[in-house]
Structures are given as structure tokens and as C-alpha cells.
Design a binder for this molecule. Structure first.
Ligand code: AMP
Length: 396
């Protein structure tokens, strides 16, 4: 069956059409600048050329219509009619405490997702717009919501309760939720397969290190700790996000710079992290180039980033009372051998040993620790779209 996977942002939409039998991507692409001048669709059929077309997209409905038209186009299309799309899987960022797993979308489910909007005001409304646009254009095709937060709903209370008055949890559901759940789940399962061990027998730490970055402790197949919090701002230093800071800094900067709390939070989300420390980029490739040229702030950004990763990995090893496997994934985790070396050099006391030749490879599932390493280290390219397609198929 063909499954259309949709990841809808406020002004963009990514899509993949996946054949669930072969798990191959038949076509993929994205729509950019939805609702803004100069909107365009980038479309690429498997094995074909990438094509960019400018087209008006006042709303997400026009964007999804353009995606569907491309998929059935006589020349570049990969299916003959929309009947060949068996289901749609939607990435939804926040499922709050309501959704501990993926779910078939009904009107009640849409309402329940809307009730989580407060927790992810930038993301959830866009996800719902995508769901409604698909519903309008393909009213009879089943749809499934796959939540970034769902995998972490197994965390114990002591991991998700913040040290603030309990009534804020009771009244407003202020707690840690965690994100990147689809990636952490996919990667930790694949690690167990690669190691030939049952998923529920392993203690695994997944380091999802991309522009957004988070770490997750997966104990016997369940997420028991993760570094992002009620929002994706907490935890690691990221491309443009600060990660953990003393909360008192918000008021301090607001007063010094004559800004509102909202403005300071925007800075913490968009102008901080690697961008803020380096002062010139949020992209680790530029950081590495900067380091090679002797840029001290680029080096500092990398060092602060790695230091924070080590802090979380160490904490999670203690929380789980051990670790069998450490997995690196996402843009930086998959591609950058240096960050893996920097992190693993702090774990030699545990018997972690990297195999340099393996660690220098790229773009595939790899065990990068030596055969005699006491803890296995793996690199696994994440594939959230495939995970969404698998969940979608399972539910319909
Ligand atoms: P993601 O959010 O998973 O797409 O990751 C994006 C980030 O991965 C980018 O900001 C880059 O900093 C980083 N990245 C991607 N490719 C490489 C590479 N070859 N070497 C170092 N960092 C990379």
C-alpha cells in the first residue's frame, strides 16, 4: 500500500509517498513559503530529477493539492490516481498527556490535538491545518497522527515533574514531555536489531544531534528520560536554541535590554545555542570550517555543545544504572565523526572504544565501536517518515 507522509509546518510542508511493502520512497518533496509571496513546490520522483515550480499557495489546501497533482501527473507522477494512496500519516508535534501512541484520526482526535495547542503554539495549529486540508481533498482516505511526544509518555513521574508548585502541573499540565520521539523510537529499535538483541533487553542512549537536538534514555524498550522538556527549548545546546539555562536569566536580560519575556524567549529559541555562541552560524559544517581556520568562538560553540552532550549521557547512564548501547543520529550525529570522538573520549572509563575506520564511514547503519568495546556505539541514520508510514500501516 502507498502511504503519504505529511509533515506540516506553519509556512512549509514536507511530504513523502512510501510504498509500505518495499518501504521505498516513491516520491518526495516540500512546499515552501505557503501563504507568503514566492511560494514554490520542490518535487522529486524516485530516481528522477528534482524539480522546483513556483505556484501560488495561499493556504495549505493549495499546497497539498499541488502535491497530489504532482503525484498523479502524467509525466512526473508515480501513481495513476489518488485511489492508490491507501492512507495518510501526519507528523503531529505535541500530543500532551492525551496521546501515548499514534492514533487513527477522527473528529474527536482533531479536537484533542487542538486542546494541546497551548503546549506547542507554533507547531500544533499547523499540523491541524495539514490534517484538515487532506481531509478536504481526500475525504475517504484514512489518516493517522504520529506524535513527537508519544514515545516519551512512558517516563516515570520523577523524570517528568518539574520542581515548581505541583498545582501548575494539575492546572496547566506543565511537565516534561520530550520530543523527537519518532526518531528515538526508530533508532533504538534499529540498534537492537543490529546488535541481534531483544529490544526489551537493552539499556540504550540515543543522541539525536541535528539542528534540533535531544538525548533519550531507552530502558528495556521504554523512554525513561529525555532532555527536551515541556517545549523543545530545554536540554542540549542546539543550532539556535539555548537549551538549559538558569531561568532567572530571562528576567535579568529582559530588564537589562528593555525587552519583554516573550522577546527574550524568542532570542533563546532563534538566536542562541551554536548561533549565539559562535556569533556567525547555526550550522555545524560552518563551525568545523571555522575551527579549522582558527576561529575561537567556533571552537567554543563546539566545546560547549559537546560538554552538554557528555553531561546528559553521563546522567542517563546513572539513571539507568548502566548502558549497553549509545547511538548517534540526525545531521551532526550521523555525519560528524569528531562529535562522536569528543563524547566517547569521556566514556573510556566504562570501556567504550571507538573503531576509527568504522567511525570514519558515513551514511549507513554502522557499529562504530571495536569488537571488545564494553558498550556498543552505533551510528544509525534516522528515518522519521518511514516510522510514520509503519505506524500508519499498523493502525489502518
Ligand atoms: P538535521 O536537523 O538532523 O537535519 O541536522 C542539521 C544539522 O546537521 C546541520 O545544521 C549541520 O550542522 C549538521 N550536519 C549536516 N551534515 C553535516 C556534516 N557532513 N558534518 C557536520 N555536520 C553536519
Amino acid at each position: 500500500m502507498n502511504i503519504l507522509v505529511i509533515n506540516c509546518g506553519s509556512s512549509s510542508l514536507k511530504f513523502q509517498l512510501i510504498d509500505s511493502d518495499s518501504e521505498k520512497v516513491l516520491a518526495k518533496g516540500l512546499c515552501e513559503r505557503i501563504g507568503i509571496d514566492g511560494s514554490r513546490i520542490v518535487y522529486q520522483p524516485a530516481g528522477g530529477e528534482k524539480e522546483t515550480t513556483e505556484a501560488p499557495m495561499p493556504t495549505h489546501t493549495e499546497a497539498i493539492k499541488l502535491v497530489l497533482d504532482s503525484l498523479i501527473d502524467a509525466n512526473k507522477g508515480v501513481i495513476k490516481s489518488l485511489d492508490e494512496i491507501g492512507a495518510v500519516g501526519h507528523r503531529v508535534v505535541h500530543g500532551g498527556e492525551k496521546f501515548a501512541k499514534s492514533t487513527l484520526i477522527t473528529d474527536e482526535v482533531i479536537k484533542a490535538i487542538e486542546e494541546c495547542n497551548d503546549l506547542a503554539p507554533l507547531h500544533n495549529p499547523a499540523n491541524i491545518i495539514g490534517i484538515n486540508a487532506c481531509k478536504e481533498l481526500m475525504p475517504n482516505t484514512p489518516m493517522v497522527a504520529v506524535f513527537d511526544t508519544a514515545f516519551h509518555q512512558t517516563m516515570p513521574e520523577e523524570a517528568y515533574i518539574y520542581g515548581i508548585p505541583y498545582e501548575y502541573y494539575e492546572k496547566y499540565k506543565v511537565r516534561r514531555y520530550g520530543f523527537h520521539g519518532t526518531s528515538h523510537s526508530f533508532v533504538s529499535k534499529r540498534a537492537a536489531e543490529m546488535l541481534g538483541k531483544p529490544y526489551d533487553s537493552l539499556k540504550t542512549i540515543v543522541c539525536h544531534l541535528g539542528n534540533g537536538a535531544s538525548i533519550c534514555a531507552v530502558d528495556h524498550g521504554k523512554s525513561v528520560e529525555t532532555s527536551m522538556g515541556m517545549t523543545p527549548l530545554e536540554g542540549l545546546i542546539m543550532g539556535t536554541r539555548s537549551g538549559d539555562i538558569d531561568p532567572a536569566i530571562v528576567e535579568f536580560i529582559a530588564k537589562k535590554e528593555n525587552k519583554t519575556a516573550e522577546e527574550v524567549l524568542k532570542i533563546l529559541n532563534k538566536e542562541s545555542g551554536v548561533q549565539g555562541i559562535s556569533g556567525f552560524t547555526s550550522d555545524f559544517r560552518d563551525i568545523e570550517e571555522g575551527i579549522e581556520k582558527g576561529n575561537k568562538r567556533a571552537k567554543l560553540a563546539m566545546d560547549v555543545f559537546a560538554h552538554r552532550v557528555v553531561r546528559y549521557v553521563g546522567a542517563y547512564i546513572a539513571q539507568m544504572n548502566g548502558v549497553d548501547a549509545i547511538v548517534f543520529t540526525a545531521g551532526l550525529g550521523e555525519n560528524d565523526k569528531t562529535i562522536r570522538e569528543m563524547v566517547c573520549s569521556h566514556l573510556e572509563f566504562l570501556g567504550v572504544k571507538l573503531d576509527d575506520a568504522q567511525n570514519s564511514k558515513r551514511g549507513e547503519d554502522l557499529i562504530v565501536s571495536t569488537d571488545d568495546s564494553k558498550v556498543k556505539v552505533l551510528v544509525i541514520p534516522t528515518n522519521e517518515e518511514l516510522m510514520i508510514a509503519r505506524d500508519t500501516l499498523a493502525l489502518i
